[in-house]
Design a protein around this ligand. Structure first.
Ligand code: SF4
Ligand code: SF4
Ligand SMILES: [Zn+2]
Ligand SMILES: [Zn+2]
Length: 213
């Protein structure tokens, strides 16, 4: 572990904290880092609560709902269900939200923005083959938006404390950029199932490789 000094009160035993500021959809977000002890981080969180540094956007649950609608209408969820059935799904079995049939929508923890934005490379490639613009939108969300809740994902999937990402979120965004181009999942609904077998095959090959390592 690094030995960090709090930038505010100069006590030892500080941690790295990160705050992400989103602009418009597709613009690169700004990242601020602070090195703070737990007490100063708490104070800073409180003082940030009332500051309004966010542009117009949508809430966390609206974003998750938009992504879910897209994945349902495009047929992506069907491929993921088959992937989980064959034992190659990407949700870790340690997840507290996992029900007997995969992610449980009734679970009180609910799914994270990280989970909502995550799609494996094989599936993103298949989607991009159907519609390159939709593929770009999903890649951007996965890269820039999902990681904001990685810390929560680590908690609900029970990653051991010492294996967790050392940078903690200072505050979570109150609003997220509104994705454009995900309104019409049915645009790829016809073509995508034709690529499903290829995606599942890549996942089986990946699992075999993992088990050899
Ligand atoms: S590994 Fe890919 S296809 Fe399988 S559940 Fe995850 S995102 Fe879906
Ligand atoms: S919360 Fe995330 S990791 Fe857990 S089951 Fe749902 S989608 Fe998978
Ligand atoms: Zn301090
Ligand atoms: Zn500590």
């Amino acid at each position: 572990m690094e030995n960090l000094v709090c930038q505010s009160c100069e006590s030892g035993h500080a941690h790295r904290y990160q705050k992400i500021l989103f602009g418009d959809f597709g613009d690169e977000p700004h990242e601020q880092q602070h090195i703070l002890c737990v007490k100063c981080a708490r104070n800073m969180r409180k003082s940030l609560q009332n500051s309004d540094d966010h542009p117009a956007g949508i809430t966390r649950s609206e974003l998750i709902a938009q992504l879910d609608n897209f994945f349902a209408s495009s047929g992506v969820f069907e491929i993921c269900a088959r992937c989980h059935q064959q034992g190659t799904g990407c949700c870790p079995p340690t997840c507290r939200v996992m029900g007997s049939r995969g992610c449980d929508p009734a679970n009180k923890h609910g799914k994270t923005v990280f989970c909502s934005a995550f799609i494996c490379g094989a599936l993103i490639n298949a989607i991009s083959e159907c519609d390159p613009q939709i593929g770009r939108v999903l890649k951007w969300i996965k890269k820039e938006v999902g990681p904001v809740e990685f810390h929560i994902y680590e908690m609900i999937t029970r990653v051991p404390a010492d294996a967790r990402e050392p940078v903690r979120p200072l505050t979570l965004p109150r609003l997220y950029p509104n994705p454009s181009g995900l309104e019409e999942g049915n645009k790829i609904r016809e073509k995508l199932p034709g690529l499903a077998e290829e995606v599942l095959e890549i996942r089986r090959a990946w699992r075999e490789k993992e088990s050899l390592e």
